[in-house]
Design a protein around this ligand. Structure first.
Ligand code: ATP
Length: 404
């Protein structure tokens, strides 16, 4: 296994499209890094440059410290797994997995050992004599993984390998791939547009937008300390609630005010946002994760916490929890980066509703993730407790997290 370094990696296609701009990052030896971002953000192009399937406009790809810009894919010693893994239909799983090794002229017993080892890791031992059409979708995907594993490459590159599978299988396979990657400790770069996949699989996640790297961090860091509004809105489902607010300071206490509402900032929030004083008396963007809101009647500790009085519009029972949608009479955040980040997960009707509401100027849409015992009812008032230690604050002009 080897480290992969990308240095100012840039791709401009012949038609002038700048797909990747000055990408700088390092994937450590044995590390699992996921590239994630909305369609067209350049993640596939970046992966294809690492693989050698796309020429590099400027910058460098290094594998194990060596610049490989001009090496053909075959000489880079990396294995790719694609969305369309196209197994040979007339060959058994065994032959599909061993084929590339046979082409390379490896001795039969060496091929046999490698194929059987990979099959054991993948749980395919009993299916080796089957042809692809008699394998399930998940098994076919495993055979595709097997073809990569038997080569014992320096690195795996995977481009949306699970997107042809149904939802349940995708969840199973993503755990499986993560486990195999850990066991084999092979450096892996994985591309997906699905933030849940990215967050559950990667040691680190690189969020991209419009060809630019926005942030690369461990999943929990991305979630708790998003660098900007795009990352804040893209990572997490349901997405972070955002609203334009004013930061005020009275008697040494910081408050955010939006519409008729006001929340006192906890010391922890102030501490997490160094330089906050510069925003006193000025607008900020306030972010609240849906799980940092709770039905106040279920929160112990009396009435001293911060509250929001709202009206429940829609109640969605998810089984383990309840989502409550409501509207705040305050200015929504409709910058391009926020809208772009939102499009990915939002089902069409939700998007349409959002757009229609924002056009009517009816305020900011919020979602709260409440305990399943909540008695919240549609069209009735609801008192929400806010975990003010976890609020997020952004500079509305730059979109950057304050203090980042
Ligand atoms: P998706 O998830 O939809 O595959 P992506 O993030 O992987 O998207 P890329 O496929 O890398 O994005 O594309 C990045 C940008 O480059 C897009 O604007 C795309 O239209 C453009 N692009 C990709 N391939 C070419 C090409 N061969 N010629 C011109 N532009 C291209």
């Amino acid at each position: 296994m080897a480290a992969i370094q990308l240095e100012s990696l840039t791709k401009i296609y012949p038609d002038g499209t700048k797909a990747v701009s000055d990408l700088d990052l390092e994937v450590g030896a044995g590390e699992f890094v996921v590239f994630v971002g909305p369609s067209g953000c350049g993640k596939t192009t970046a992966l294809r440059m690492i693989a050698g399937l796309e020429s590099i406009t400027s910058g460098a790809v290094k594998i194990d410290g060596q610049v490989v810009n001009d090496l053909p894919p075959k000489e880079r010693d990396i294995a790719m797994v694609f969305q369309n893994y196209a197994l040979y239909p007339h060959m058994t799983a065994y032959r599909n997995m061993g084929f590339a090794l046979k082409m390379r002229g490896l001795p039969k017993d060496e091929i046999d050992r490698r194929v059987r080892d990979a099959a054991r890791i993948l749980g395919l031992t009993d299916s080796l004599q089957k042809k692809p059409r008699t394998l399930s979708g998940g098994q076919r995907q495993r055979v595709a993984m097997g073809r990569a594993i038997v080569r014992s490459p320096q690195a795996f590159l995977m481009d949306e390998p699970l997107s042809n599978l149904d939802a349940k299988l995708r969840v199973e396979m993503r755990a499986e791939i993560a486990r195999i990657q850990r066991d084999l400790a092979v450096t892996t770069v994985y591309v997906t547009h699905d933030q849940t996949e990215a967050m559950t699989m990667g040691d680190r996640v690189a969020v991209m937008r419009g060809g630019f790297l926005q942030q690369i961090d461990a999943p929990q860091v991305l979630y708790e300390r998003p660098r900007n509004l795009f990352v804040a809105e893209f990572i997490g489902s349901p997405a972070m609630n955002l609203v334009e607010a004013d930061l005020v300071r009275t008697d040494g206490t910081h408050w955010v005010r939006f519409g008729d509402h006001g929340l006192r900032l906890a010391d922890a929030t102030v501490a997490r946002h160094p330089g906050l004083e510069r925003f006193e008396g000025r607008p900020v963007v306030l972010g609240i994760r849906p799980e940092d809101l709770e039905d106040a009647s279920l929160v112990s500790g009396g009435s001293d916490g911060e509250r929001l009085s709202v009206t429940c519009d829609i109640r969605e029972d998810m089984g383990s929890e309840v989502y409550v949608h409501f509207n705040l009479e305050a200015r929504p955040v409709t910058t391009k980066e926020v809208l772009e980040a939102h499009v990915v997960d939002a089902p069409e009707d939700e998007e349409t509703r959002l757009a229609a509401e924002q056009a009517r100027g009816s305020g900011a849409r919020f979602v709260a993730r409440l305990d399943r015992t909540t008695r919240a009812r549609e069209r009735e008032p609801l008192e929400l407790a806010v975990d003010v230690g976890r609020l997020h604050l952004f500079d509305p002009e730059t979109g950057l997290g304050i203090g980042r």
